[in-house]
Design a protein around this ligand. Structure first.
Ligand SMILES: C[S@@+](CC[C@H](N)C(=O)[O-])C[C@H]1O[C@@H](n2cnc3c(N)ncnc32)[C@H](O)[C@@H]1O
Length: 282
């Protein structure tokens, strides 16, 4: 099966991606995606330990599930800003959060947007892996924190530890050998998979007390009939899969279904998923 995509470079999943097709796909699959990563939320919120009165920034806030939870935790007296680079995603967030008084949204790239007074807590659930220049991006975040303030975020660990992403990628590559391989250093889900790399970037940016904790859970992908089309719409592979014939897509979907069935449980397809909880202070 030929890849009809003339370029062999995976699209970096940076701001252009999120403002374009990536944002459209996130909006389309928002409920499934959020349910998928929900098991990671409670440990992340616990690590962030927000307290009433704090000023909080939710970075890459997406559909604002975490922003809304944090807004409750920091009331009374606290104020949260959700920032996201994607207009279409942020418009979903605004619809969901209408009427919550201590919450506001900013449309922009967190690495170059003026966010005013510094924050007590910079928080992110999987929203800090997409910076074009991570070193510069995290220096900018450091400047947004009050002295003693906390940075707390989640990011994915390696592809091998996340078979919900690497398994489908291997299935796709077995049909389309020229499927572009994502660059681990390019903006994307695995750009911060290496713990030593995270420590290097954060310490160069000026952060202290850097602590990485492994969080192992599962991705909740629902029934197989929903998991397969969902997985075929993720990341840079989706653009290639959109270009092949319907017959080819059906063959790949069948193979992907066979592969994912190993993760079937009473609550649907639940492959292992592995993240870092990263904490640091200014
Ligand atoms: C994987 S999604 C996570 C969304 C949300 N935090 C959640 O857990 O539901 C990543 C989000 O980060 C946003 N994003 C990516 N790069 C960004 C940047 N430089 N500045 C602000 N938001 C960014 C994307 O638009 C997207 O909404």
């Amino acid at each position: 099966m030929q890849n009809q995509n003339s370029s062999n470079a995976a699209q970096p999943l940076n701001g252009d991606y999120w403002r374009g097709i990536g944002g459209d796909r996130w909006v389309l699959n928002m409920d499934v995606l959020e349910l998928g990563i929900e098991t990671f939320s409670a440990p992340l919120l616990q690590a962030a330990a927000p307290i009433p009165g704090e000023r909080v920034l939710d970075i890459g806030c997406g559909g604002a599930r975490t922003t809304i939870s944090l807004a409750r935790e920091i009331a009374p007296g606290g104020q949260i800003t959700g920032i996201d680079i994607s207009p279409q995603i942020l418009s979903m967030a605004r619809q969901r959060a209408g009427g919550i008084e201590n919450l506001e949204f900013v449309l922009g790239d967190v690495t170059n947007t003026d966010l005013g007074d510094p924050y007590d807590l910079l928080f992110s659930r999987f929203g800090v892996m997409f910076f074009d220049a991570p070193e510069r991006g995290f220096r900018r975040l450091h400047a947004c924190l009050k002295p003693g303030g906390r940075l707390v975020f989640l990011c994915w660990r390696s592809p091998q530890e996340n078979p919900w992403m690497s398994g489908p990628a291997a299935v796709f590559a077995s049909f389309i050998p020229t499927m572009p391989k994502p660059d681990p250093d390019a903006p994307g889900p695995f750009s911060l998979a290496d713990g030593e790399k995270i420590k290097g970037i954060l310490s160069a940016a000026g952060f202290n007390d850097i602590l990485l904790t492994k969080l192992d859970s599962v991705m909740q992908l629902g029934p197989l009939s929903e998991a397969v089309p969902f997985l075929m719409q993720q990341g840079s592979a989706a653009a290639v899969l959109a270009e092949i014939t319907e017959q080819q897509r059906r063959e790949i979907a069948a193979a992907l279904g066979d592969h994912m069935r190993q993760y079937e449980t009473a609550s649907g397809i639940t492959p292992p998923a592995a993240a870092w909880i990263v904490k640091a202070t200014r």
